[in-house]
Write a protein that binds this ligand. Structure first.
Ligand code: UT7
Length: 319
């Protein structure tokens, strides 16, 4: 049986860090409110002129280096983003050119905060079907460009960043992506949306969110989709070494861990330092936990996310 094995992870965060206190100088908020309600203490914000593609290219270079490959070794690039550089072509094609990958195919996926799970599922399915042997899967966002900086209910929650994962086909063996589960429910379209067109170049509309509605769904859907993944593989909560959930709010992450009977020591958290980087949160967390030696070969890792659409889903990976 052919499986997609993770060969390397990489991350990139813009240099500029904006603390809660800095935001409190511009809008009516406080470090205390933001930290208590969300666990967020700071976020990274892209420099003027720094685009989603720049972040994606930097993260991809690091992932390729960890995997011991060049861009030219990849058969496909799947880039998850809700903030593409331009309406078209796909930001993935810009990344493709920058990495010197002159063959294969590169395309974007749009599932907002669930984007990385969707992208991983596409790449995994193509590898399983034999359409690709090596894939670069990226989550990259510049959400700072689509925030209404006068709306304290949303602008304090998000940050910019990118993460990337290299997958390669392996025949037989226990390791690799065991399953992916994807869902959406378009009836919730207006609970989390942008009231304008796409673009990390500054021409887009602004993010609008019914926070409480999103919160309620996030806790239920993320835990539910991990349970589905475990069931599908004949595994249980105790088999999990790590949960890597989408990072929107520490309270959502804690509730999800609790529903899955996992102690917080088994849950990767980055939201305190990076805030919500949408499609980038999961690959950013993976890169951090692989670099510092928490996630190691052979471990069982569950990824899950929920976001605009609503979309949600999970992936179960034997590292
Ligand atoms: O990736 C998926 C996308 N996003 C999410 O998953 C986010 C899901 N939602 C949430 O995380 C939470 O709903 C929020 C953090 C957004 C809000 O927390 P909450 O406990 O639901 O607060 P709230 O919206 O009910 O607001 C409570 C109060 C309000 O004041 P009043 O009406 O009670 O006087 C808000 O105006 O807090 C006020 N408030 C703020 N105060 C200080 C809202 N934002 C702020 C702020 N600073 N930044």
């Amino acid at each position: 049986m052919k499986r997609s094995v993770v060969a390397g992870c990489g991350a990139y965060l813009p240099e500029r860090i904006v603390t809660n206190d800095e935001l409190a100088k511009r809008i009516e908020t406080s470090d205390e409110w933001i930290a208590q309600r969300t666990g967020i203490r700071q976020r990274h914000i892209a420099a003027d002129g720094e685009l989603t593609s720049d972040l994606a290219i930097a993260a991809s270079r690091r992932a390729l280096e960890k995997a011991g490959y060049n861009g030219a070794d990849m058969d496909i690039i799947v880039l998850a983003t809700a903030t593409p550089d331009n309406t078209f072509p796909a930001t993935a094609t810009k990344v493709q050119a920058a990495l010197g990958m002159n063959g294969g195919a590169a395309f974007d996926i749009q599932a907002v905060c669930t984007g990385f799970i969707y992208a991983l599922a596409m790449a995994d399915n193509m590898i399983r079907l034999g359409q690709a042997n090596r894939a670069l899967v990226i989550g990259a966002e510049v959400f700072s460009r689509i925030l209404d900086w006068d709306d304290r209910g949303t602008c304090v929650l998000f940050g910019d960043g990118a993460g990337a994962v290299v997958l390669e086909a392996a025949e037989g063996g226990e390791r690799g992506v065991l399953s992916t589960h994807l869902f959406s429910d378009g009836r919730n379209y207006e609970s989390l949306y942008v009231d304008g067109g796409p673009g990390s170049t500054g021409t887009a509309g602004f993010l609008r969110m019914a926070g409480k509605e999103v919160y309620r769904h996030a806790v239920v859907r993320m835990a539910e989709s991990v349970d589905l993944a475990l069931d599908a593989n004949g595994l249980g909560h105790d088999d999990l070494n790590w949960l890597v959930p989408h990072q929107a709010n520490l309270r959502i992450i804690e509730s999800t861990g609790k529903k899955l009977h996992l102690p917080m020591e088994k849950v990767i958290v980055t939201v305190d330092r990076q805030a919500n980087t949408s499609a980038a949160t999961i690959p950013l967390a993976l890169a951090e936990a692989c670099d510092d030696g928490r996630i190691v070969k052979g471990q069982l890792v569950a990824l899950t996310a929920m976001g605009g659409g609503f979309t949600w889903g999970s992936a179960l990976v034997r590292w």
